[in-house]
Unconditional design. Structure first.
Length: 251
């Protein structure tokens, strides 16, 4: 009877210790094990066993994580106040460093991203922010990645999402864009006038060299005028045209 009680007690203890002994590490996780407070090793995904009350496992998500950086107000190098938000994509490459080297790697990455965004915006001009955003994204990614590398984190992408400008700046940019469109329209019109004048000059040279061409052009103009519904038609008759019908004197 005593043996049965002992076995029952042992079985109860084993059942109680099973949850603390058996750990399941999913495919997208890494299990960092500490033994009596010291870093022991990192366990791969699967069914893993640890020593109860001696070992402690901390699971770290190794998937690519997305972090939204809320709108940051900054002053650009050309003294324009803007609000810019961004998104950061990163993942844990070294789980042991992410657990040991920093208290909360997500919060630390978030703070680094905020300060870096304000710093980079302060060193850039507004035109660069609007027209060369890809260059700023690469610069942000490089700086944040270097800062978080000791924590075992790899920052893969940083994207600036929205740029909010003051209302006065938006009106000024709209006026500038309108003036630029008018300037281009005037240039196109002037180029068209120049090309037309060149063609007219070439036509004048051809007509001047060939009197018969002038006569044909004159007759074509008369034909166009005759199509108008008018009772009286007055048109000039150049003497150059009559010369074509007058016989030349023989020498």
């Amino acid at each position: 009877m005593d043996y049965i009680i002992v076995i029952a007690v042992i079985a109860a203890i084993v059942i109680m210790l099973l949850p603390a002994t058996i750990k399941i590490v999913y495919q997208y996780e890494a299990g960092v094990v500490f033994r009596l407070g010291r870093l022991e090793k990192t366990k791969a995904p699967g069914l893993r066993f640890i020593i109860p009350f001696i070992d402690r496992m901390r699971k770290v998500d190794t998937r690519t994580l997305t972090m939204d950086v809320p709108a940051q107000e900054a002053i650009t190098r050309d003294n324009v106040t803007v609000k810019v938000n961004a998104v950061v994509y990163f993942r844990v490459m070294h789980p042991e460093a992410a657990v040991v080297e920093v208290f909360d790697f997500k919060m630390a990455t978030y703070q680094i991203a905020q300060t870096t965004l304000r710093s980079v915006l302060g060193q850039s001009e507004l035109d660069e922010l609007l027209a060369h955003r890809e260059k700023l994204n690469q610069k942000l990614q490089q700086i944040i990645d270097e800062e978080t590398e000791p924590w075992g984190i790899k920052v893969s992408v940083v994207e600036i999402k929205d740029v909010e400008l003051p209302a006065t700046m938006q009106r000024a940019m709209a006026a500038q864009a309108e003036a630029e469109r008018e300037r281009r329209a005037k240039i196109v019109h002037a180029e068209g006038e120049l090309q037309a004048s060149q063609k007219l000059a070439e036509a004048g040279k051809i007509i001047g060299a060939e009197p018969t061409t002038l006569q044909l052009r004159y007759l074509q103009t008369l034909t166009q005028i005759a199509t108008e519904k008018t009772t009286i038609l007055v048109f000039p008759l150049p003497l150059e045209i009559l010369s074509a019908f007058v016989p030349k004197e023989r020498k």
